[in-house]
Design a binder for this molecule. Sequence first.
Ligand code: GLU
Length: 427
Amino acid sequence: MATAVKPDIKLEPSPNPFEVAQQQLDEAAELLELDTAIHHLLRWPLRELHVTLPVRMDDGSTKIFHGFRVQYNDARGPTKGGIRFHPDETIDTVRALAAWMTWKTAVVDIPLGGAKGGVICNPKELSDGELERLSRAYIRQVGRMLGLKKDIPAPDVYTTPQIMAWMADEYAFMKGYNEFGVITGKPLALGGSAGREDATARGGIYCLREAGKILDIQLDGATTAIQGYGNAGSFAHKLGAELVGLKVVAVSDSRGGIYSKDGLNYSDVLAHKQNTGSVIDLPGTEAITNDALLELDVTVSIPAALESVCTVRNAADIPAKIIVELANGPTTPEADKILYKAGTYVIPDFVCNAGGVTVSYFEMVQNAYNYYWTEQLVHERLDEKMTAAFHAVHDVAQVYNVHNRLAAYLVAVNRVAEAVKLRGWVA
Ligand code: GLU
């Protein structure tokens, strides 16, 4: 007898992030008067692989998972981008994220293209053993399109250095030798780079430091709200306080948020999250929803979770002076216009969170030479890259009189288009 099959692939979310990414590109293409063929080429991924993964579960059953790897554009070098493990993953989310990786590597001017991977799963419901078998199964399928000169994955939402270690190990078995540089964000003991773990947040805080100088906004003591407490959000709390003196009054994760007008101490929040699995219910704090957190009257707002959280519905209610976009794709095009009109200074995602892929690139370079840099050297080189990208984008925004995201697109798309033209891909 046929049984009803529960849908295991979600329909596209609204707004569809890939449509958002295409719309952003379209605006830039128009301003740049981009050649039509180049524009149409850059609207789509060059290649994508859809995989189906049978994984043995702890109870002896076999569960089928679905995953993707999208290589968006490799005109400037091998494609690069993380792998997300998320229950709401869709091919269009991965396409959007792969497009943003293409603009991200171009804006920080590293010799790489853009890619992204994803598996539809809820890692919180998987045991370590199941997670390891899923990670290995993914590499067994996707490994054929990876390579030092082809495509290099890394961590993203809900994937960790341990997951990268399993993946690097599986890839080594496929090849018959270690090729550590093919996966970045690895633990230090397996060829990881010093400074990779906090690199995404650190790069964003370097950008914020520069924005503070330009806008003449005092960051020492500036009230801050952080949405998301994964790798990017939690290190933004730590480094925002350490490097520029931010006073973080609210943080959140997927279960909700906490607020304290006197400020939240990083070590207290981290210890509570480690003990309970969430930031919520930290003693001495008030509960706040993820939506309300974005509307708090703070100087700095740091979305560090998922895409499309700042939309036409709430953009007018976000009072922050500076938005530090550590998440990928947190703001929709309509929201961008509202924020620009309101005078909010947005440090756009693929500039602001490019620190992760920048140190991933440093990791690849160190793996290639099998010779490792000090943490201080990584910080210095990261600072140089982030500061240069920030100012390049800020300057273009002034010259063209456009918002920072559009300016970032102008810088990045120009670089990718130049490579496409030089390679002779379009007449
Ligand atoms: N997943 C991160 C990002 O979205 C890092 C990618 C990488 O290191 O390749 O930028």
